[in-house]
Design a protein around this ligand. Structure first.
Ligand SMILES: Nc1ncnc2c1ncn2[C@@H]1O[C@H](COP(=O)(O)OP(=O)(O)O)[C@@H](O)[C@H]1O
Ligand SMILES: C[C@@](O)(CCOP(=O)(O)O)CC(=O)O
Ligand SMILES: [Mg+2]
Length: 299
């Protein structure tokens, strides 16, 4: 038996633009998905929030298929438990994919390095979603603060992080397709927006190294304005974002695909409670979290 866990994530900058090769910066947060694999039994059984139905567990099913290219796996039980809200922009799909591949890699001694696990997980998301960037799976594997597509890993950010959860589920694949259609219709306009988001992420790396969280927050707010232009924000997220800013957040924006799910605010750690309360009062709920250096771990 092998148990692995992998973290969720928030985007500081760059979601959607990263699908078109622009730079993005994401942080691993201390919400985790744990996967336990056991050999034996009769066939392959998956026990998750989506019951024991491979068709309702496409990421796990595809992850197993990828590892089967290296080892023969016929009889297997996969048990999943998670603290990451699902379909909420916090990278739950990447975390379950990375933890599944990591557990199989260890149980069957496949010998994949972390970079190879991240790549296999990215290919898994790509095949299941039809479009994806390496961000979610890379940050879930490596932990800390990551810059893609450069695949750099920086230490965790050391400011307060508050997440607002609208409770409105969304489909990453659908949101990515919606942005793609807009970009195909107005390539010059939307291409310019993607370039601007990429420029924000380029500046972000230097600000993170300087721990300049006020400037990082300022650029998160600019990034949010560009995400609004892409049409991925909904009124409920806007309410939470503005509540965070009005209560002193350095910056606040949607995290992930949008269309529902979550927003993220960064702030002075002493302000976390006040900002979390304000977000929860504006809409949905909220929770305080922190960035973590722990990516994929074998328990
Ligand atoms: N704990 C879990 N167990 C099984 N599948 C999961 C789990 N968490 C996420 N998933 C899979 O990931 C999908 C959500 O992924 P996605 O739409 O990309 O949202 P997110 O923003 O959380 O990554 C779920 O529909 C499910 O297929
Ligand atoms: C929209 C996108 O940039 C981020 C998706 O994040 P999430 O699946 O909503 O956590 C797509 C991607 O990078 O794979
Ligand atoms: Mg996802």
């Amino acid at each position: 038996m092998t148990i692995c866990s992998a973290p969720g994530k928030v985007f500081l900058f760059g979601e959607h633009a990263v699908v078109y090769g622009k730079r993005a910066i994401a942080c691993a947060i201390d919400l985790r998905t744990e996967v336990e694999v056991n050999r034996g039994g009769n066939g392959i059984h998956i026990h998750s929030a989506f019951k024991d139905d491979p068709d309702k567990n496409p990421y796990i099913k595809m992850a197993i298929k990828k590892v089967q290219q290296y080892v023969d796996i016929k009889n297997l039980s996969v048990k999943v438990s998670s603290t990451i809200p699902i379909a909420s922009g916090l990278g739950s799909s990447a975390a379950v994919t990375v933890a599944t591949i990591g557990a199989l890699n260890e149980e069957f001694q496949v010998g994949l390095r972390k970079e190879e696990i991240a790549l296999m997980a990215y290919q898994t998301e790509l095949e299941v979603q039809g479009a994806a960037s390496p961000t979610d799976t890379f940050v879930s594997t490596m932990g800390g603060t990551v810059i893609v597509p450069d695949r750099k890993v920086l230490p965790p950010i050391s400011c307060g992080i508050v997440v607002g959860h609208t409770g409105i589920s969304k489909s990453t694949a659908r949101m990515v397709a919606r942005v793609r259609a807009l970009k195909e219709k107005y390539p010059d306009v939307i291409g310019g927006i993607m370039d601007s988001i990429g420029c924000i992420s380029v500046r972000g790396e230097d600000l993170i190294k300087k721990n300049d969280y006020r400037s990082i927050g300022e650029l998160m707010n600019v990034n949010q304005g560009l995400l609004d232009a892409l049409g991925i924000t909904i009124p409920e997220l806007s309410l939470q974002i503005h509540a965070a800013r009005q209560h002193g957040a350095y910056g606040a924006k949607v995290t992930g695909a949008g269309g529902g799910g979550c927003m993220v605010a960064i702030c002075d750690e002493k302000k976390c409670k006040e900002i979390a309360t304000a977000i929860g009062r504006s809409y949905g709920d909220s929770f305080i979290t922190r960035s973590t250096s722990e990516g994929l771990i074998i328990k």
